[in-house]
Design a protein around this ligand. Sequence first.
Ligand code: GLA
Length: 388
Amino acid sequence: MDPNMLKRLIILLKMNKYIFSYAIILILTIISCSNIKDDKVLFGKLKNGKDVYKYILTNDVCEVEVISYGAIITSIKFPDINNNLVDVVLGFNDLEPYLEKHPYFGAIIGRYANRIADGKFKLNNIDYNLALNNNGTSLHGGIQGFDKVNWNVVSYDSENKRYIKLNYLSKDMEEGYPGNLNIYVTYTLTVNNELKVEYEAETDKTTIINPTQHSYFNLSGESSGDVLDHLLVLNADSYLPVNKNIIPTGDIRSVEGTPFDFRERKKIGRDLNENDDQLALGNGYDHCWVLNDYGKGLRKISEVFSEDTMIKMEVFSDLPGVQLYIGNFLDGTIKSKKGKQYIKRSGFCLETQYFPNSPNTSDFPSTVLEPGEKFFSKTTFKFSIQKK
Ligand code: GLA
């Protein structure tokens, strides 16, 4: 072969090699970017075809994932004592199961967390009737609460991935609640492994408001079985006993000498089998504790610890109450992220909130929001490793 021709052929081959490698790089980039837009990852599609994205918050130790649907926290990963990442919240790997019936995994609850008796309340002499969805009561905002709507992402720190702010406009009379309520929730992950949840809201008509975060935690890992061995502290001298519909009776009862006393570290399951009428009514713990030092701003209200992973979670809040719910209604029918079953009591919720049924209980702190007022509340979940 003519040596010039050979040279040209070699050059061509080399070029082709480069072109080939560039083409491969381009294809791979396109594939890996097709799911990512501005650092958000496509999580699934709503029934109306709208895309739902997952947003990642990270501080290089802890990683939190949030989706716009329900402002749901889909995962919180934190390294255990051996530096293995543990996902400490129950949930799903994709959107579809979140669109089906599930017990409020990771969601923001509103307009009113917990139960309102008969779904009825009175404001400025007007009777309101809420959507009923739980044994004749209105639970967690009704049939389509804030957990089942797609929130707008108003800002996301795509550069440092430290915060995301979501917004939802709940229309006047939605689920029976008066007033257009404009609510914002901001999740912030700090360098100290604190996940801050901040709520801000305004209304154009007198209304009631009581949002909460409904994550189910399992500090041993979301697929690791029940949480009965977790050690729990609740800084509460009293709690709210309930009736058969899990609505507070209006009494405030001391925890002293009862299974509800978590003032000293105690296993969640230690007293569960005690013969106690309140444990029977709640199918276990599904009660609101009256937190100490309400009115003094943000204070530590709880601490939970897993001896398996040595992960500790501390909870701080400015709210008067916390509903401890220990997944009594989980029955193994829901599949975990690792394809196992979410068995009974495989997660615990610490739903910081105003007291249930406050609009019908004049002694409880008010949940009324007037036009011109700004609602603000804050709860922080802080993760760390404790070497016993
Ligand atoms: C709340 C309620 C529970 C239960 C769960 C969801 O925490 O207090 O009774 O409804 O939500 O299953």
